[in-house]
Design a protein around this ligand. Structure first.
Ligand code: 4NP
Length: 159
């Protein structure tokens, strides 16, 4: 099973989702069955580590993002990943625009897995510290829902 998180810059929201989902899958004993990655629709930060405010906020919750490096969404991603999850509506629109015909991935908003409908993870880049905490709160809730969904799909594959 492969999961790709997508935001704009790949230095705030999607790396946070990548790190938090990895922690949640480890807790559930499923980490060895799932590959996780993240990327941005934009190209400004390619090769850079996550924003220091993102790294610090995640560290406070026991998630180490320091080794991650930003990359841009690529055409191959649509074949490779089972879930391609957008942080906001602009990311989702970019995914739908670039998605090739016949793509079988589940493409949607990440917060659908937190029981929200049509809700974005707000971009914290131009705001204060509290924005980074809000990203973590939302991402933690959605990650727990996504782990349940992944566990269901893995169970269905075994049957
Ligand atoms: P992200 O946040 O999409 O959550 O990584 C942003 C990072 C950088 C920029 C915008 C959003 N930027 O404009 O450079």
């Amino acid at each position: 099973m492969r999961v790709l998180f997508v935001c704009l810059g790949n230095i705030c929201r999607s790396p946070t989702a990548e790190g938090v989902l990895r922690r949640e899958l480890e807790s559930a004993g499923l980490a060895h069955l799932v590959e996780i990655d993240s990327c941005g629709t934009g190209d400004w930060h390619i090769g850079k580590g996550p924003d220091p405010r993102t790294v610090a906020a995640a560290q406070r919750r026991g998630v180490d993002l320091s080794e991650l490096r930003a990359r841009q969404l690529a055409a191959e991603d649509f074949q490779r990943f089972d879930y391609i999850l957008a942080m906001d509506h602009a990311n989702l629109a970019a995914l739908h625009e670039q998605c090739p015909a016949g793509c079988e991935a589940h493409i949607g908003l990440f917060l659908d897995f937190a029981g929200h409908t049509d809700r974005p993870v707000p971009d914290p880049y131009y705001g204060g510290e509290e924005g980074f905490e809000e990203v973590l709160d939302l991402v933690e809730a959605a990650s727990r829902g996504l782990v349940e969904d992944i566990a269901r799909r893995l169970g269905a594959q075994r049957d």
